[in-house]
Design a protein around this ligand. Structure first.
Ligand SMILES: Cc1cc2nc3c(=O)[nH]c(=O)nc-3n(C[C@H](O)[C@H](O)[C@H](O)COP(=O)(O)OP(=O)(O)OC[C@H]3O[C@@H](n4cnc5c(N)ncnc54)[C@H](O)[C@@H]3O)c2cc1C
Length: 567
């Protein structure tokens, strides 16, 4: 795929919920544009050389900060303006290339990659996406080279996951400026220079404002003492009558929430991809340890249950890496709506990394528990990944509800499919779905799939149809109340993610086999087969649980437990 070459539905993942696969949109597996791989490699190498000389992750952690000269050095190399256009002093890289760089730095040091990510993925991004030309010209050149650092200040004491209900107030003035009052908490790069923040005006509309360090009334609290990412500059911010001038207002009144959400949609891609990439490091650490450590007269690596953990990391990395880079490629190709896809990769990537790190930790045995070994820092650093940039369960709800929305609209258009008329509904639907599945999936779902993977492709094509049927049945059963049926939504979100990951895996392996590019076809084919088989089993399990589960018992147990705890 090349930029702006995308031909498919506005969101590939949302279309899956409608029972549609658009095979042409996801094949061949995306590759970097000509020459970009060399640029990525050169940037990563220059960054690693520089950091090897100047940066000690443990020392930064002990000091609770990353030295300014590190940022200056990274900026000079070009690592702080990766996706910004060259006109603003950036590198002009694609999203795919950006994610590749992040993958390398997450494995190098999670703290550094988070700080670089806060600056670029969520700090600078809203100015790049929504700023006026004048704002871009004023801010981006300094941000691109790290002369100034950016942050994103959304979270408040009473508005974390529920970011819509922020309480900070921005009162519009006659001259177009705003007077800002409120507080923000847990803000990365909080004591730095340029902070895009969010508040509501007198009409309750969300506004986005660029606050700059040193503005009157802008108070930066002490750095938080945190479990991991200790060198991330995490601050509490307070705004006392801060006058934000008109030239620092981002977008129009009412745009603020959209700006925040679109920024996060895009930020989740590099967090998810970086997390998947770091699984490689976990695998390598586990392999090196288990090959060299002997117990019971043999290397640990030779025990079946050790092999199981190593193979699991390798196989899961293969499938979810394919998913991450398929999504990055779709974004680069111009797929307009990627919010569901990036939420999927954020959840899958951050949880995969957590479980991989746990396995590596377990295999290292007692030494993993020691402070001077790498394992404990990695676990501490990455523990927050499933929490920030959208808590993972909240993201699961978002994936499922966003996926079901077009389906609900379509069902409404087809007639009243509410619970009052189930038979009529079923009749209408059966014809409609039959026609659609025939149209979209014949003659085998994915015409490009390598012959060796035809069975896997048939399985996933059937699962897409089942996703639609299941979506319809929960919508019919619960109507609007589906929002409250979180068990069911979680199952649908996970099924859709595993379906997407299988499609990505099939695209990747089929492209590889067709181009004859893989060094080790047998190994890669085996990874793809096992990944698809296991992902398909998870999908079936989730669908089965939609029909038969003990959700009401779980509810009763939790309520019983709550009864003993009055707050
Ligand atoms: C190290 C670190 C860096 C951060 N950096 C930034 C930053 O740069 N900028 C910024 O604005 N914020 C930042 N944050 C804040 C972060 O985004 C929030 O902590 C996160 O959004 C969760 O909000 P909360 O802590 O208020 O948790 P809550 O919203 O109270 O949620 C706690 C838990 O409750 C559950 N939960 C919540 N809602 C639901 C639901 N609807 N359904 C089911 N379960 C639910 C989830 O398990 C969730 O993890 C950072 C936080 C940390 C720890």
């Amino acid at each position: 795929m090349t930029p702006a070459s995308y031909q498919g539905p506005p969101s590939f993942a949302k279309a899956l919920f409608l029972g549609e696969v658009h095979p042409g949109a996801v094949f061949p597996f995306p590759a970097l544009p000509e020459g970009e791989q060399e640029r990525v490699d050169a940037l990563v190498e220059a960054g690693r050389d520089f950091l090897a000389e100047t940066y000690d992750a443990r020392e930064a952690e002990a000091q609770g900060r990353i030295d300014d000269r590190i940022f200056r050095g990274l900026g000079e190399i070009g690592l702080l303006g990766l996706y910004l256009p060259q006109a603003y002093g950036g590198q002009g890289l694609s999203q795919t290339a950006y994610c590749q760089v992040f993958e390398q730095f997450t494995a190098f040091d999670p703290t550094l990659s988070v700080v670089m990510g806060v600056h670029q993925s969520i700090g600078t991004k809203p100015i790049y996406l929504f700023g006026t030309d004048a704002q871009k010209e004023r801010f981006l050149p300094d941000l691109a080279v790290g002369r100034r650092l950016a942050g994103f200040a959304l979270t408040e004491p009473n508005a974390g996951s529920d970011a819509y209900h922020i309480e900070s107030r921005a009162v519009a003035q006659a001259d177009g400026s705003y007077v800002l009052n409120g507080e923000k908490r847990y803000i990365g790069n909080g004591s730095k220079d340029v902070l895009v923040t969010f508040a509501r005006d007198d009409d309750g509309e969300h506004v986005a404002l660029i606050v700059e360090g040193g503005m009157d009334g802008f108070e930066v609290g002490e750095a938080y003492d945190t479990l991991g990412l200790r060198a991330n500059d995490l601050r509490h911010l307070t705004f006392h009558d801060v006058r934000v001038p008109p030239e620092n207002v981002l977008g129009a009144p009412g745009d603020g929430f959209k700006i925040a959400m679109e920024t996060l949609n895009s930020g989740r891609l590099s967090l998810g991809t970086g997390s998947v990439g770091a699984v490689r490091l976990m695998r390598d650490m586990a392999v090196e340890h288990t090959l060299s450590r002997h117990q019971f007269g043999q290397p640990l690596a030779d025990f079946e249950l050790v092999e199981a953990k190593i193979a699991w990391m390798e196989m899961m990395h293969y499938g979810f890496h394919a998913m991450a880079y398929l999504i990055a490629g779709l974004v680069d190709a111009g797929m307009p709506d990627y919010a569901v896809e990036t939420a999927m990769v954020k959840v899958a990537g951050t949880e995969l990394l957590w479980y991989a790190a746990n396995r590596a930790f377990q295999l290292a045995g007692g030494k993993a528990y020691l402070r001077d070994e790498a394992y404990e820092k990695i676990l501490r650093d990455i523990r927050v990944f499933p929490i920030f940039e959208g808590a993972n369960d909240v993201m699961r709800m978002f994936v499922a509800l966003s996926g079901l929305e077009p389906l609900g609209d379509e069902l409404r258009e087809l007639g009243d499919l509410g619970p009052g008329e189930p038979l009529q509904a079923l009749g209408t639907l059966a014809d409609y779905v039959g026609e659609r599945v025939g149209r979209e999936l014949a003659p085998g779902g994915f015409p490009w799939v390598d012959a060796d993977f035809a069975d896997a492709a048939t399985v996933v094509a059937r699962q897409v149809a089942r996703l639609r049927h299941t979506g319809e049945s929960v919508l019919r059963e619960h109507g609007e109340d589906i929002k409250l049926r979180q068990h069911q939504l979680k199952r649908l979100a996970e099924a859709a993610t595993d379906i997407f990951a299988q499609i990505a895996t099939l695209s990747r392996i089929s492209t590889t086999l067709r181009e004859g590019a893989a060094k080790d076809h047998e190994h890669e084919s085996r990874l793809a087969h096992v990944f698809c088989r296991r992902a398909a089993a998870r999908v079936s399990h989730n669908f089965d649980l939609v029909d038969e589960n003990d959700d009401s018992q779980i509810h009763a147990i939790a309520r019983h437990v709550y009864e003993g705890h009055q707050v």
